[in-house]
Ligand binder design. Structure first.
Ligand SMILES: [Fe+2]
Length: 255
């Protein structure tokens, strides 16, 4: 059973799991519902800055519960299949609150690997890490996260990138948009990956996905009618043999 999980993860680059308990997910959903008490029309008409500040405030409250630590501890039987303890845990989760069909502004992150945006010192450990993606509310087959099947096996030297052109709602460094995980300097893949093969993860509320940081993912345009809410965070290997500065927002964690 355990070797099956690890074998599938190695082959597909991800693993879909059901939560053993859903109380933490329900707590996050409750916080979201307290912060997002206006109508969908109100939010769709709202400017990017105002909307992103609401998301950032909600994200702060979710993080005040130390949610990443609690989720990892709760799911330690699964997590320990993929990562040797102690590891580096991203202590603050990102809340993704993507409005429907806001294609013209950057409200989701385009196709990427985490290492596209990490500093040079940490690229190698980031590539060996994994992302935990947790759907919280209004996630269905029309709006879950996209990924490129088996793209975790593509050597990074084959992937061609270029800076993405700015748009009128581009994210400023240090702004609310940056704080909630949007990119102030986005890049796009222009070669080495067939982006037309992207598919959506088959995930719904009550489940979560563990995926390799090398699996190309993102581009989650929301084609449904409601705001899609999910959280995500990273886990990186920690080795005494190859010491590096612990990246900001990460801390050593044992399960
Ligand atoms: Fe990502």
């Amino acid at each position: 059973m355990n070797s099956n999980i690890r074998g599938r993860y190695r082959k597909e680059g991800y693993c879909l799991q059901s939560f053993c308990q859903t109380s933490l997910v329900r707590s996050i959903k409750r916080i979201i519902e307290e912060h997002f008490d206006q109508t969908i029309t109100d939010y769709c008409l709202m400017g990017s800055d105002e909307y992103r500040s609401i998301v950032a405030e909600c994200q702060d409250e979710i993080n005040s519960l130390n949610i990443a630590e609690k989720l990892v501890f709760q799911e330690k039987k699964i997590i320990s299949q993929f990562m040797i303890s102690p590891f580096l845990l991203q202590s603050r989760v990102f809340l993704r609150a993507t409005r429907p069909s806001k294609e013209q502004i950057q409200e989701y992150v385009g196709y990427h690997r985490e290492s596209f945006y990490s500093d040079v010192e940490h690229k190698h450990i980031v590539d060996q890490g994994m992302t935990i993606w947790v759907p919280i509310k209004n996630v269905n087959y029309r709006n879950t996260l996209n990924f490129i099947p088996r793209s975790h096996t593509i050597p990074s030297t084959e992937i061609k990138l270029q800076p993405k052109s700015e748009d009128k709602s581009s994210v400023k460094k240090g702004s609310s948009g940056h704080k909630i995980g949007l990119l102030y300097s986005p890049k796009e893949i222009i070669g080495g990956v067939d982006l037309t093969t992207g598919v959506r993860f088959d995930a719904s509320v009550g489940s979560y996905i563990v995926f390799s940081n090398q699996l190309i993912h993102g581009n989650g345009i929301n084609n449904a009618e409601d705001i899609r809410f999910s959280i995500d965070f990273n886990i990186l290997p920690h080795s005494d043999k190859t010491p590096v500065h612990i990246p900001s927002d990460f801390e050593c964690f044992s399960i």
